[in-house]
Design a protein around this ligand. Sequence first.
Ligand code: CTP
Ligand code: MG
Length: 244
Amino acid sequence: MKASSNDVAVILPAAGSGQRFGGVQNKLFATLEHVPLWLFSVRRLRLHQRVGRILMPISASDRPRFETEFAQAVAESEVELVAGGKERTDSVRSGLEALGDDDSVALVAIHDAARPLVRHDHLDAVFAKADQCGAAILATPVTSTVKQSFDDGHSCHTLDRKTLWLAQTPQVFRVDLLRQAYAKHRGRPATDDAELVQRIGIDVALVPGSPENLKITYPHDLTIAQAILNIQSQHEHARTRPDR
Ligand code: CTP
Ligand code: MG
């Protein structure tokens, strides 16, 4: 399949409440360099020429803020707000329904709004792999020794880490495959979209990403994110300097 501009639609789930992050507001309103996390994620995605529509499921309680304080940012970055749901899969389903029958869309990329630092080269790689095989996700190989215990830590055995990966987002699928997966999904819990797609018999490819693409879960993740951002900015600066 030949890639063309704007043929990847993004569903950017943002309808959580950030329980583990704590605080009174959704963690996605926390800022990195004065930019709210959700907008940081949007801007990273907008830099990629294949990204067209961005549909962002949000909760009913956050909608007033998006429609007042952030109305201009939403409009300028051409984000379509949709109603999120109770579980993350409900939010993704709502994004998929809002996408409708859009002929211009080849791939759907589902990306956590809480992962603001995804790199352009990793977007390239995961989109290309999804073009090739229909379903691909970013993931990182496990680097630690992993123990498994069935008795609350009284005893354990070691898993072969060569076979283990940590799943990230974007998780990218041919639009028809994702629709089939969600049509079959009847609420049995799934931790990610790749699992739903696997359940309809489709192999999901793992594309090596990087720990830079961290998900902001706890407040201290913001400190790590700032450090990553500093390094990314230095690299970007080095790459784009006119004397190089
Ligand atoms: N999300 C969503 N709809 C839900 C639950 C989560 O759109 N019903 C989104 C979150 O806003 C987040 C992404 O899915 O961008 C990943 O979820 P997570 O990091 O777990 O965020 P929260 O669910 O908000 O955090 P917590 O689990 O700590 O409450
Ligand atoms: Mg959650």
